[in-house]
Design a protein around this ligand. Structure first.
Ligand code: AP5
Ligand code: MG
Length: 190
């Protein structure tokens, strides 16, 4: 299996690049944000609970997202691999992911971390917010809160994967094709 954590702050391009990578490498895209927005759209109990947290730009509780990932991994044991987008976001999630993958006899091959400055992230998200309908893209305060949550709780995971010699830093500014090229070159070297 080829298992990649595609990492980076809100608006770094994780979703955009995941779509290109799953096509090229035949992987499954696992975006906890997309799954949660699906739950909200379907009006499920989980969606109702998650909505107010997500709309403010805070993180949903670990046990909720870990449960979602566990269920999807369990249903796709024959997959060629996964791109994890927006997961893990806390150290509890990173530990849980390692444990879940170990049970399947596999592991994370690399964390590809997209680096983009905050000003560019805010511009991208406000621009997307004009059409995305995402409540968390609509104003600067919520976007700043998402970036703060990332800096405080999520960015430290780079050290977790660095300690496992799996961290690869990628400059996330440039055209979508240029960034895709850099990601593919990194993956081809794994
Ligand atoms: P999630 O859906 O994961 O959102 P996010 O991390 O805030 O990131 P985005 O999806 O906004 O950005 P992205 O990096 O995917 O960039 P994209 O490709 O879209 O999470 C949402 C919420 O769900 C969280 O706040 C939390 O509440 C909850 N949640 C999710 N996972 C969780 C977890 N594991 N634990 C707890 N809570 C969780 O690109 C952004 C924009 O930029 C697009 O318009 C795109 O077209 C544009 N763009 C992309 N690349 C470029 C480029 N190279 N140049 C210019 N523009 C570009
Ligand atoms: Mg995304």
């Amino acid at each position: 299996m080829l298992n990649i954590v595609l990492f980076g702050p809100p608006g770094a391009g994780k979703g955009t690049q995941s779509k290109l990578l799953i096509e090229k490498y035949g992987l499954i895209h696992l975006s906890t944000g997309d799954i949660l927005r699906g739950e909200i759209a379907n009006g499920t109990e989980l969606g109702l609970k998650a909505k107010s947290i997500m709309d403010r730009g805070n993180l949903v509780p670990d046990e909720v997202v870990i449960g979602m990932i566990e269920s999807i991994l369990g249903k796709n044991t024959q997959a060629k691999g996964f791109i994890f987008d927006g997961f893990p976001r806390t150290s509890a999630q990173a530990l849980a992911l390692d444990n879940l993958l170990e049970k399947l006899g596999t592991s994370i091959n690399a964390m590809l971390s997209l680096d983009v400055k905050s000003e560019e992230l805010v511009d991208r998200l406000l621009e997307r917010g004009k059409e995305s309908g995402r409540a968390d893209d609509q104003n600067r305060d919520i976007i700043s809160n998402r970036i703060n949550e990332y800096n405080n709780k999520t960015a430290p995971l780079k050290d977790y994967y660095l300690a496992q010699e799996k961290l690869i830093l990628i400059e996330g500014v440039g055209t979508i094709a240029e960034i895709n090229d850099k990601l593919c070159r990194a993956i081809d070297q794994i």
